[in-house]
Write a protein of this length. Structure first.
Ligand SMILES: C=CC1=C(C)c2cc3[nH]c(cc4nc(cc5[nH]c(cc1n2)c(C)c5CCC(=O)O)C(CCC(=O)O)=C4C)c(C)c3C=C
Ligand SMILES: [Fe+2]
Ligand SMILES: [Fe+2]
Length: 344
């Protein structure tokens, strides 16, 4: 323990079940989907939807999906986040902890870990492992940490890293992580982002009159863009293609992982696989920058299910670029953000 240090670094990611047992998946899904920032309905409606429509079947189906991607050491999302924590710790002296919004390790246990290492903890640099703002990812993770600090009655200042979707160093890391794959003679590059309900965009819009109301809203300047997930994922894609010299017309954006019947951001990734294959795309390269660590949504939904859909529709090969995971440029980027803020 360094008695002079009063700082800690906390990385937060979404979280994952403790195991592939249906009971563990159920527990995780219940905590996840009962979050008012994920299913943004009154408590009783959310409870009804989760318990009567989702819990009877989803835990079993999701447990099967998790089994197909699970590693010997555990869930890829957790293992990769822990490896990232370790790599960042090798670059900075300030203690680095890892917390999850749902499941384990909780924000509380991560903060307790910092308290053990830093006697007089005064300031935490919070790094949400989400490049884009969404109420259901970035915002809920930040609020959870704020609430936990209050619950633990700590007098700790929180310095939160803003969404880094267009940060030059983040884009550099993304391009670096994809560089070998970009040498492939692919026909089309698809950016597939986790989707969110359209309603969430409108709800986040501070002007109340921009998102999905103005024609081509995400490309018309507005203060709404600070919290517009759709604008931010377009920016990431645009910055990426600029840096990687991908010609116009050779790439597009789609949204995956829809849940429920409400309209989510379009076009949907599964329908896009079919459309691209039917339009003659044989070799499809896929990038999924909403996730910094590989997880169920990339390893199962894209690599397994996605490849099947694409090939059934006439495509020949789908290659999915791994997430940033342990990429060196990414680790250096995180370390530089810590150091810039005095978390040496
Ligand atoms: C980019 C970050 C994410 C956003 C935004 C997001 C929104 C969102 N997700 C659901 C429902 C589910 N997502 C699930 C898995 C999952 N989601 C993210 C990230 C974002 N979700 C990740 C990284 C993962 C993988 C977790 C892992 O263990 O590997 C799941 C669980 C799996 C399943 O049953 O499909 C659900 C459910 C909603 C409803 C939502 C926005 C409203
Ligand atoms: Fe999700
Ligand atoms: Fe927008």
């Amino acid at each position: 323990m360094d008695a002079t240090n009063t700082n800690g670094i906390l990385m937060v990611n979404l979280g994952t079940p403790d195991s592939t047992k249906v009971s563990d998946v159920r527990k995780y899904l219940r905590q996840f989907l009962m979050d008012e920032r994920v299913i943004d309905k009154p408590y009783w409606v959310r409870k009804l939807v989760v318990e009567c429509f989702i819990m009877p079947t989803r835990p079993k189906a999701s447990a099967e999906a998790y089994k197909s991607i699970w590693w010997e050491e555990g869930s890829p999302l957790l293992i990769l986040s822990q490896r990232l924590q370790k790599l960042l710790q090798e670059k900075v002296k300030t203690p680095v902890a890892l917390g999850m919004r749902y499941g384990n390790p909780s924000a509380e246990s991560a903060i307790s870990e910092l308290l053990e290492k830093v006697k007089d903890l005064k300031k935490i640099f919070l790094i949400p492992l989400y490049p884009h703002y969404a109420m259901s990812s970035y915002e809920t993770a930040v609020v959870d940490v704020q609430d936990t600090i209050k619950k633990m009655k700590l007098d700790v200042e929180l310095d939160v890293l803003p969404p880094y979707y267009q940060n030059e160093k983040y884009i550099d890391a993304l391009v670096d992580s994809a560089k070998e794959h970009l040498e492939w003679d692919y026909d089309h590059l698809l950016f597939s982002y986790h989707g969110i309900p359209e309603r969430h965009l409108c709800k986040a819009d501070p002007t109340g009159e921009h998102c999905l109301k103005v024609k081509d809203c995400c490309h018309v300047p507005s203060e709404a863009h600070n919290v517009c997930y759709r604008h931010q994922v377009f920016r990431t894609s645009e910055e990426f293609v600029k840096k990687a010299n991908i010609p116009e017309g050779k790439y597009s954006v789609s949204f995956q992982s829809r849940l429920g019947r409400d309209p989510w951001l379009t076009p949907y990734t599964d329908a896009t696989f079919t459309k691209l294959a039917e339009s003659g795309v044989k070799k499809l390269l896929l990038l999924s920058p909403a996730f910094v660590s590989d997880c169920l949504e990339t390893l199962e939904e894209l690599c397994e299910e996605g490849a099947e859909i694409f090939e059934e529709a006439g495509g020949e090969e789908l290659r999915v670029v791994p997430c940033l995971n342990e990429n060196k440029v990414w680790v250096d980027t995180l370390a530089s953000w810590c150091k810039e803020r005095g978390f040496e």
